[in-house]
Design a protein around this ligand. Structure first.
Ligand SMILES: Cc1cc2nc3c(=O)[nH]c(=O)nc-3n(C[C@H](O)[C@H](O)[C@H](O)COP(=O)(O)O)c2cc1C
Length: 196
């Protein structure tokens, strides 16, 4: 039987991104649980601002194919103005039901301040609109600058939550889907794109 494949997408383009470091840790935990992993770094994709009237750029197809290959997907975002980041929003707009329907999703957010929770809630809503199965467990890293030392998480509780996120992504990657989320049934936008 093929090994479970977990794909991570990080919504920060910053070179020393804390979100990327935390996602990398979560994916290491997923590998320890027996999965193969792929961390998708949006700096490596040339994505123009999403325009439904224009053909998708080649890199968008490369990105969506890599996401669709995941049995589970972990989305990691920095908090921008109380929500998730613009690079991640752009990546998600190129996606739809093909990539996320009935897919297990784990969520991770990193904040400069003390309240990363709203970004996680907003991402959870997006995932429900695409009928993904979002893990109840999520990882939030407040005051990111103090949470890392020499690139590694210093708070054991937070590190444990990040590891658990990777482990749960593997554990629930093949969960039987629930009845569709009501939000997803009303997400006509994602269905009416002729080429998606
Ligand atoms: C445009 C912008 C908006 C931000 N808004 C918030 C915010 O609302 N709340 C917060 O706690 N931190 C905010 N931050 C700080 C980032 O969440 C913080 O620097 C985080 O570490 C960035 O993630 P990264 O290290 O993965 O790039 C903001 C940063 C930027 C660049």
């Amino acid at each position: 039987m093929a090994r479970t494949h977990v794909v991570g997408v990080v919504g920060s383009l910053r070179d020393d991104s804390y979100a990327r470091r935390a996602l990398s840790r979560a994916l290491n935990a997923a590998e320890e649980s027996g999965a193969t992993t792929d961390l998708l770094d949006l700096r490596e994709y040339d994505l123009s601002v999403f325009d439904p009237d224009r053909e998708d750029p080649v890199d968008a197809t490369r990105l969506t194919e890599a996401i669709e290959a995941g049995d589970a997907v972990v989305l990691a975002t920095p908090v921008y103005h109380g929500s998730y980041s613009s690079p991640l929003k752009l990546a998600l707009d190129y996606c739809g039901f093909d990539e996320f329907e009935d897919t297990t999703v784990g969520l991770l957010a990193v904040a400069g301040g003390g309240f990363p929770v709203t970004a996680l809630e907003h991402l959870r809503s997006v995932c429900r609109a695409l009928n993904a199965w979002v893990l109840p467990h999520q990882a939030a890293i407040p005051r990111a600058r103090n949470a890392f030392e020499n690139g590694a998480l210093v708070d054991e509780d937070i590190a444990d939550r990040v590891d658990t996120l990777g482990e749960r992504a593997v554990e629930f990657a093949h969960i039987e889907p629930d009845p569709p989320c009501p939000e997803s049934l009303e997400n006509v936008g994602a269905h009416i794109q002729p080429d998606r």
